[in-house]
Ligand binder design. Structure first.
Ligand SMILES: *[C@@H]1O[C@H](CO)[C@@H](O)[C@H](O)[C@H]1NC(C)=O
Ligand SMILES: *[C@@H]1O[C@H](CO)[C@@H](O)[C@H](O)[C@H]1NC(C)=O
Length: 169
């Protein structure tokens, strides 16, 4: 009997330890877990030399790449990134449409994003920004990509990503 009792006590102790460890790791990695979750929900993109890690990219009404974008429409783009606690509050966007033989500048609003438009937000320990991109009616109806760069006041490149798009009529 006594042997069993000790055995049960050991099991209960083990359960307590596991529970403690689990809740500790959930607390300490909550942010990491959140970032992983966001990364899983992100559209796939190619990083082209971001200083700050881009964790998540969302393009309005796009669930898979290439993102279909109708000419003469405005599309909202949302990005989540780590600013490593640097309190980024200004972003100058430089966005282009890249096709096989053509590269043209895209019209972005608000630009620069300087905090006047609530376009940079704190999300947990990360930052997010949003901006609207205008799909110019003169763009060729074909597959290409959208190249997004965001720089700081000193023209330093903070963010760079490229995502495949398909311009439609
Ligand atoms: C912040 O992170 C937690 C998980 O750690 C998540 O549940 C919550 O939705 C996040 N907040 C925002 C505003 O996304
Ligand atoms: C673009 O769309 C607006 C309405 O959303 C329309 O008034 C305008 O004529 C369109 N321009 C072109 C070039 O199709």
């Amino acid at each position: 009997m006594r042997g069993y009792f000790v055995y049960y006590l050991k099991i209960i102790w083990l359960i307590c330890v596991i529970h403690e460890l689990a809740s500790f790791s959930i607390k300490s990695t909550g942010n990491v877990a959140y970032k992983k979750l966001m990364a899983m929900r992100s559209l796939p993109f190619e990083d082209c030399g971001s200083l700050y890690r881009v964790n998540y990219l969302n393009i309005e009404s796009c669930t898979k790449v290439p993102c279909s974008m109708a000419r003469n429409s405005t599309v909202k783009v949302t990005v989540l990134f780590d600013d490593n606690g640097n309190g980024v509050s200004f972003l100058k966007h430089a966005v282009s449409w890249v096709f096989t033989y053509v590269k043209t500048d895209a019209a972005i609003s608000p630009d620069p994003c300087d905090g006047d438009h609530n376009c940079i937000l704190n999300v947990n320990n990360s930052k997010s920004y949003w901006a609207n991109i205008y799909v110019n009616p003169t763009l060729p109806v074909m597959r290409g990509s959208m190249l997004w760069e965001a720089k700081d006041e000193h023209n330093q490149n903070l963010i760079c990503f490229e995502v495949p798009v398909l311009i439609t009529l």
